[in-house]
Design a protein around this ligand. Sequence first.
Ligand SMILES: *[C@@H]1O[C@H](CO)[C@@H](O)[C@H](O)[C@H]1NC(C)=O
Ligand SMILES: *[C@@H]1O[C@H](CO)[C@@H](O)[C@H](O)[C@H]1NC(C)=O
Length: 389
Amino acid sequence: MRGLVVLATLVYFATAQHQALIDYLERRLLAIEDRISLWHEQTARYAIELRELKQQMVSQLENLDKEKETLRMNLDGVGSRVDRVERELDYLETQNGAQPCVDVDDKLIEQQVTLVQEKQKAKYFKLSDCGDMISNIKAMKILKRVGGPKGTWTKDTNRGSGKVFIFNGTDEDTIYEFASVQEFSRSLGLTLSKKLKLPYAWKGTGHVVYNNYAYYVNQVDGVKVVKYDLRNSSVTDSAMFPDLDPVPVYGLTPETVMDLAVDEEGLWAIYATRQNERHISMAKMDANSLDIEQMWDTTCPRENAEAAFVICGTLYVVYNTKQPGRSRVQCVFDVNGMVSNDDAPLVYFPKRYGAHSSLKYNPQEQLLYAWDDGYQILYKLVMKKKLEI
Ligand SMILES: *[C@@H]1O[C@H](CO)[C@@H](O)[C@H](O)[C@H]1NC(C)=O
Ligand SMILES: *[C@@H]1O[C@H](CO)[C@@H](O)[C@H](O)[C@H]1NC(C)=O
């Protein structure tokens, strides 16, 4: 019996020990399971955090890409500006030719960027093949300063000539002729010029030189256009402008009653009469006979106008603006009806001194020869097709 009790006791202890072990193992297992579930949780959280981080990285990379693109575009912009400056310098160099010691006032190159309102319009009528209009002014060159505040300078628009003519003042009779623009640049004052004395004085700033002839306005008795042969210094022809009760054509250049212009299509007169006092009128003239072919009353006001020029049958009138030192094409009139005032390019002139007393267009070079308070200035124009607007 005692042995039995001992056995039972042993078994009891053994069982108890066994139970304790099982309990212990169970607790360990539970603890491990807890840990595992904790790890799961943490892993899941880490996974989410990792995904979020990745998303952040991706969007930051995208931003970086965008910034890179903007930077590249800015660099392109700077590049094209550098190009433009280089082109302008090239242009100035070609203007000055290969003269090693050109006595030129080189202080300013200015570039006007203009906005053009893009607009499609139905075109209904075409007078000639010439279809260019101004897009903007690409470069400006102050060539020299000779003479008084008002005057005209221009090149013979005849392709072969290259000669340059200075009409100083608004009531004179002596033209100064230079063999070329370079010669004019080099000349100390007017020393390198040939003097041509006209039989009658001119009035205003309306002169042009076209195919070896100077056309100028004389106003002794009525308004007369005089055609002067520059090769043998003789008056070839002159014509009274009919039915004209003249008023100064530009509000800011009162000496000029009639302005003359040359474009791709020939000779034009720009004038104003008391009959249509507030607006500028224009006429197409036959350069040989001085006959008037057709006349138009334009919609361009005289008030505040400085000067005007014609390109491909379109009159561009330049006005003084309220902004100091700037003048601007603010009215256009196209005899072909292809360009309306709404299409008018916003062409600003970097005006430096007074007002432009004359602006003479050269169709071969797409240059404007401007006289601004005694400075002789060249403006290089950029053209576009009228149909592209
Ligand atoms: C140019 O004309 C002005 C008057 O407008 C006169 O005072 C000046 O002496 C002239 N200059 C030359 C070089 O003829
Ligand atoms: C001037 O030259 C033109 C042709 O070149 C000629 O028709 C004209 O008669 C000449 N005038 C004089 C005065 O010599």
